[in-house]
Write a protein that binds this ligand. Structure first.
Ligand code: SAM
Ligand code: SF4
Length: 337
């Protein structure tokens, strides 16, 4: 039976029996920040002709949903630097069968876009916030303006998203002392917050990832002096676990790709802005979907086959190393964090 006659399966499954129903789609590798853990100061970005068009992204999203994907997160790079990203949100938000459309952003342009994105069908939004001190915020992001991001967070609150989560990458000696203040900031506003262990994606020279690494366990101990943290049972399929403070709705998450490995529950793949499907954050296994999209503009069957075929090379687990020379060459902005 050739691919055109084959009925599409309802689900994507890999060799280890895991169902893939969550895709993180990078809409651009570009960004207006240069966060020290994510990028080098000087970056070369992908030429625009190699980046998927918004139409190609919309088509890919539709086919993924037809194959059983239920949640899509738009990320990057910074999704809000891509022109017409609000149109992409409207297009993907209207795909029948998609349960949730989310976005991760640095927040710097949210004061302009929050209302439009929410009205366009974006359900949840994650906003990165590593410091509440303007100078330190500038050092960590290299170019970021804290006040602009705080205005973006307020705009998101006013827009009425289902849930807003802050993401903070914590580095020893840089912003670890701000963990309690960041938790207070989230609790006071009814937001969720996740603390992320730094991952070794891309060679950087700004700091030694090994020396500045701080584990989620260390952060929980730091917080337990002043807060009661009650673990939540809910599993996300990702490397995050959530806690709650009694009397508050906010969830406090710890994303621990190093210290805890939940690969056996992994439900996700990533697609880069160039249309490369990455099967695992910690490996280079990938499939070029752009070539298939462009070779068959009017026939979805080869694209479906390529996506189903990609499941066969999803690795069983990741294993990060912080040792120099053993880090992945791919930067987080390329990966679609
Ligand atoms: N620009 C958007 C933002 O910053 O939220 C979306 C893309 S960014 C790559 C997604 C998330 O990855 C951010 O929360 C960021 O802090 C995190 N991140 C980037 N590089 C990382 C690294 N090396 N280790 C851990 N988290 C990282
Ligand atoms: Fe840009 Fe996000 Fe990377 Fe920071 S973490 S440089 S905001 S893509």
């Amino acid at each position: 039976m050739n691919s055109a006659e084959q009925a599409p399966p309802k689900v994507l499954q890999d060799r280890f029996g895991r169902t893939i129903d969550y895709v993180r789609l990078s809409v651009t590798d570009r960004c207006d920040f240069r966060c020290v853990y994510c990028m080098a100061e000087e970056m070369t970005f992908v030429p625009r002709s190699q980046v998927l068009s918004l139409e190609e992204m919309g088509r890919l999203a539709r086919v993924l949903v037809e194959l059983g994907v239920q949640r899509i997160r738009l990320t990057g790079g910074e999704p809000l630097v891509r022109r017409d990203v609000a149109q992409l949100v409207r297009d993907i938000g209207a795909i029948p069968g998609l349960r949730e459309l989310n976005m991760t952003t640095n927040g710097a342009r949210l004061d302009r876009f929050a209302g439009e994105l929410q009205a366009g069908g974006l359900d949840r939004i994650n906003i990165s916030l590593d410091s509440l001190d303007p100078d330190r915020f500038r050092q960590l992001t290299r170019t970021g303006d804290l006040n602009q991001v705080l205005a973006g967070i307020e705009a998101a609150r006013e827009a009425g998203f289902k849930r807003i989560k802050l993401n903070s990458v914590i580095l020893r000696g840089r912003n670890q002392d701000e963990v309690p203040a960041l938790v207070d900031f989230a609790l006071e506003r009814g937001l969720d917050i996740s603390f992320i262990e730094e991952m070794p994606l891309g060679e950087i020279s700004e700091h030694d990832r090994g020396l500045e690494f701080v584990s989620s366990q260390a952060l929980r101990e730091q917080l337990s002096d002043r807060l009661t943290l009650v673990p939540l049972a809910e599993k996300t399929g990702g490397p995050s676990r959530y806690w709650q403070v009694p009397g508050s709705d906010s969830r406090i998450g710890f994303i621990s790709p190093h210290s805890q490995n939940f690969c056996e529950l992994c439900n996700r793949v990533r697609v880069t802005a160039e249309g490369r499907m990455l099967l695992c954050l910690g490996h280079e296994h990938s499939v070029d979907l752009r070539a298939v999209l462009r070779a068959h503009p009017d026939d979805d069957a080869p694209l479906r086959d390529a996506i189903i075929g990609a499941m066969a090379i999803k690795p069983e687990r990741h294993d990060f190393s912080l040792a120099p020379g053993e880090q992945l060459v791919r930067f987080m902005n390329m990966t679609g964090g």
